[in-house]
Design a protein around this ligand. Structure first.
Ligand code: GUN
Length: 301
């Protein structure tokens, strides 16, 4: 796997307090355009992302729709399977098995979380590693740990792209990742510590005793706990890079883990929320889908 982003074409925008604004929308659009050009150059082969959505969670429906829209912009086709919240384990498994066996489908994404009562692990176990564009199966996670070729979970990969794109140094730097989810915190802590990236990583979580002490000397802080405005001025060293992966629905609307207004004048670089890591998750999903088509031999390398 190479995590290298497109070159910076224009000077980065700044927040009112002077921090570099790490714009995920701009980088997503650059990535989609690059994928489109790559697919055009390959003669427009059939590359297909399939999504599975169980239940009628509105935000999940919105996410899935935007994944399909961006797939089309990148020159890929997509397929959507929707099941009611009352679907049985056997019905969900049958839908995923069909996609796993379908030679016209290259990437499979099962939107998480599944409704209560469904066994997520049993469903993910049916996704072949090559089609696991979410990077969440045991095989993909094992490949990541071993440094072998495989799909890397989209949000952590998107964070690495943002760091690269905005020239944020990682080697020898201290990074604190807050939140140990399989989707984000756990794989991201591994990516940040890997050879070539070389950060010294602390993985903090809900049982961390003194989060301020863990964060206040950090060069990079990633908020991935899903706790609204968890990171405030007292957590942040001047010049630190702040990455917000959190998303909480509050009375004030959707807010991230980072109190942007309180820290943007202290930080050296910061992701906005929305418009930071979210769009990069989709960009990396599409990158993984093209890579999946290559792994399956449907597209030449
Ligand atoms: N739900 C929220 N984010 C994600 C994601 O990246 N992948 C999947 N499958 N479900 C999600």
């Amino acid at each position: 796997m190479t995590v290298s982003a497109d070159p910076i074409s224009t000077p980065p925008a700044r927040t009112p307090g002077g921090a570099i604004r790490m714009d995920g929308l701009v980088l997503r659009d650059e990535t989609v355009a690059r994928l489109r050009a790559e697919i055009d150059a390959l003669g427009n082969p059939h590359v297909c992302l399939a999504t599975v959505l169980v239940g009628d969670d509105k935000p999940s429906q919105v996410y899935v729709r935007s994944k399909h829209k961006k797939a089309a912009e990148a020159g890929m086709s997509s397929k959507h399977v929707e099941l009611p919240a009352t679907a049985s384990q056997a019905e969900v498994e049958a839908a995923v098995r069909d996609l796993a066996e379908d030679p016209d489908v290259h990437g499979i994404l099962v939107q998480l979380p599944l409704p209560n009562g469904l066994d997520e692990d049993a469903v993910l176990d049916l996704v072949p590693a090559e089609k696991d564009v979410d990077g969440l199966t045991i095989a993909s996670m094992g490949r990541l740990m071993r440094g072998r070729e495989g799909h890397i979970p989209c949000t952590p990969k998107g964070v690495m792209r943002l760091l690269d794109r905005y020239g944020i140094a990682t080697s020898g730097q201290t990074a604190v990742v807050i939140g140990r989810s399989l989707l984000v915190g756990l794989p991201l802590s591994v990516l940040l510590a890997r050879k070539g990236i070389d950060a010294t990583v602390t993985l903090a979580h809900s049982r961390t005793k003194d989060l301020v002490a863990a964060c206040r000397n950090a060069d990079i802080i990633v908020g991935a706990a899903g706790i609204a405005r968890l990171i405030t001025a007292e957590h942040v060293k001047p010049g630190a890079t702040l990455i917000d992966v959190g998303m909480s629905r509050t009375e004030a609307g959707i807010v991230g883990d980072i109190d942007f207004d309180a820290v943007e004048s202290i930080a050296g670089a910061i992701t906005p929320m929305p418009g930071g890591t979210g769009p990069m998750t989709i960009a990396c999903l599409l990158e993984n889908t093209l890579e999946a088509a290559r792994m399956l031999g449907a597209v030449r390398r």
